[in-house]
Design a protein around this ligand. Sequence first.
Ligand code: F6R
Length: 369
Amino acid sequence: EKGGYDYFMLKEIAEQPKAVADTLLGRIDASGLLTLDEVRIPASVLREVDKVVIVACGTAYHAGMIAKLAIEHWTRIPCETELASEFRYRDPILDQRTLVIAISQSGETMDTLMALRHAREQGARVLAVCNTNGSTIPRESDAVLYTHAGPEVAVASTKAFLTQLVACYLVALYLGQVRGTKWGDEIRAVIRELSDIAAAVDTVLETMEPVRALARSLADKDTVLFLGRHVGYPVALEGALKLKELAYMHAEGFAAGELKHGPIALIEKDLPVVVVVPSPRGRSVLHDKIVSNIQEIRARGARTIVIAEEGDEAVVPYADHLIRIPATPTLLQPLVATVPLQVFACELATARGNEVDQPRNLAKSVTVE
Ligand code: F6R
């Protein structure tokens, strides 16, 4: 049941630290390296892989966009992420050396299923990342890595998304481990960082009251825009998707670098714009560029809602509302940056009198193409 929460969505948001920790459980051996016994694709086959293609829909697709960045960065294997519903209609180039990763919470999404069937017909190996034991997508795949989010009841996906990310990071590291593109110590270091994330998500959850108050104050707005770069771009798309689904508001996510190529024309006085700021460490060039984006939109009167790492002082002068998240390694930031956006959408939906767990026109699993 709802365990004392008003909605399943609130319960599932709160369960995220545990879901993240559970998805790591039993997958790390005594030496701190990965043992993914479930990935029954032989190491010899994984060593021959020359391309990874990720297919998924909706929120799972956003996880796939982030996975692409991790896979390419850690393994140097070219990787593309594609909407499952588009995939087979463009005659994609696939063969025995292609690894297809199908991400699906329900394991029943017809678009994703059709994409993986097409991939297997072309000889590609398919690895499912799935939250539902024994569902169709893992049954039809060569192997499956289950996410351990537990049952997700609310239509809007929350804890499944975070665990999809964790599972994808594990796949990326495992590929690096098997192929020797990542050294043992590097793998151990990332695994330690991943193991710290559950506590960081907990910290975020404890500081959400101002985000709720902010959401309530925006209940009569028509539009909210979301900006991000690198891993923050899919996070922006996910924030916008949650808001559409739950609050029935016009919400759009943009890659912040695209702002000047069009979307900046939308910026007007009092328009709420959420900006996901990359870590000032690591990819600091991107950080500085996004700070200038925030300045630009604020100069045009937008109300800036800035999600930035603890200790990032550069954003302070330009943030009308500042949402702090714990410092994390660049690639792992989505695990903490997405959480405030889930809370934001859930609270806005409530403030607008919408049905949080059962948004209009949506079903939990979409079993038609
Ligand atoms: C968003 C949402 C949908 C699903 C999409 C894929 O909150 O719930 O966008 O993410 O329909 O579903 P699965 O992961 O079950 O394949």
